[in-house]
Ligand binder design. Structure first.
Ligand SMILES: O=C[C@H](O)COP(=O)(O)O
Length: 221
């Protein structure tokens, strides 16, 4: 499973990219606003310069009609043609715009997906990615991860090539479950990356090795 970083904070992207553990970035209007960016184009170009060449960056529109969605998508694509994946909502306008952009070879990530039916429609429209929102379903008492499992199985059954991005990831167990479900990607906030890495026995082990080495008086010069 590949990992995307779900953030608009460039410092977080730099830190994760330096460790070589992320394959792309997803942004959305809330994340861009929260990070205090005023210029989306400048942000996307900066992210493209941080990530390895060709890494996908999801760039989301706030347009509501097909014409503006397509125009936005084409504009976003020009900002970084090797990276930009246009993020569109899974609704009627989003499907039509996805079809248009896909015809032009522009990749689309259909976001705010909350059902297997929506994922099937996204795949038929030509979406490169579909993003089921796990945490937001859990928040209302539904089983978000069951949706990821069902979508992965459905796409496999019908040999559809759309990739599943497990999104709205809220804790490290969501990542483990996404792997078990066979999602191609999980997009995670930086905090979750840190939680994925952290293990008390690793820290304890490092401490013990250092103490024993110091006590031994041995040299590694
Ligand atoms: O844009 C997609 C995000 O993964 C949504 O996450 P959230 O539900 O925590 O806002």
């Amino acid at each position: 499973m590949k990992l995307f970083l779900d953030t608009a904070v460039t410092e977080e992207i730099k830190k994760a990219a330096a460790m070589g553990i992320i394959h792309g970035v997803t942004t959305n209007p809330t994340l861009v606003a929260r990070a205090g960016h005023k210029d989306y184009q400048a942000l996307v170009k900066e992210i493209a310069g941080i990530l390895p060449e060709g890494s996908p960056i999801s760039v989301e529109t706030v347009a509501e009609d097909v014409k503006t969605m397509v125009a936005d998508g084409k504009r976003f694509f020009e900002w970084a043609p090797d990276n930009v994946v246009v993020k569109l909502p899974t609704n009627a306008a989003g499907l039509e715009a996805t079809r248009e952009l896909a015809k032009d070879g522009i990749q689309v990530n259909m976001t705010l997906c909350f059902s297997v039916n929506q994922a099937l429609l996204a795949a038929h429209a030509g979406a490169a990615y579909v993003s089921p929102f796990v945490g937001r379903l859990d928040d209302i008492g539904h089983d978000g991860m069951a949706l990821v499992q069902d979508i992965v199985a459905m796409l496999k059954t019908y040999e559809l090539e759309t990739w599943v991005i497990a999104a709205s990831i809220r804790h490290p167990l969501h990542c483990v479950e996404s792997m078990k479900a066979g999602a191609q990607v999980a997009t995670v906030p930086y905090k979750i990356l840190e939680q994925m890495l952290k293990h008390p026995l690793t820290d304890k082990g490092i401490e013990a090795f250092m103490e024993d080495w110091k006590k031994s008086g041995a040299s590694n010069e």
